[in-house]
Design a protein around this ligand. Structure first.
Ligand SMILES: [Zn+2]
Length: 105
């Protein structure tokens, strides 16, 4: 078992899990539903943690995590169609309704 990633945001954890799963990388999540729990644990201890069950995947899995972090859903993005900058929480350009990631037509 090797620790891969931990984060306060369960959404980001889920993205990492999806990425690992789609590539057939075996993993295990600790504290998955413990976010926001109060008790004896410090906040850091209750963050969800993603572990790899097999060390040999670490390098590849780490690259996936890095990609997800750079392509954070909260990072602003620039529309391919009209060049407008949009907030990361949106998937559709507010200016021209172009959908993020769609092929420019
Ligand atoms: Zn646009």
């Amino acid at each position: 078992m090797v620790h891969l990633f931990s984060h306060q945001d369960p959404f980001l954890i889920q993205q990492v899990c999806d990425a690992l799963e789609s590539r057939g990388i075996p993993f295990w999540v600790k504290n998955r539903y413990a976010g926001g729990a109060v008790g004896e644990l410090s906040p850091l201890d209750s963050w969800p943690e993603v572990w790899l069950t097999d060390d040999e995947w670490l390098q590849r899995a780490q690259r996936l995590v890095d990609d997800l972090n750079t392509a954070s859903p909260l990072a602003p993005w620039v529309c391919d169609e009209c060049g407008e900058e949009n907030g990361g929480a949106f998937e559709v350009c507010w200016q021209c309704a172009h959908v993020i990631g769609a092929d420019p037509s």
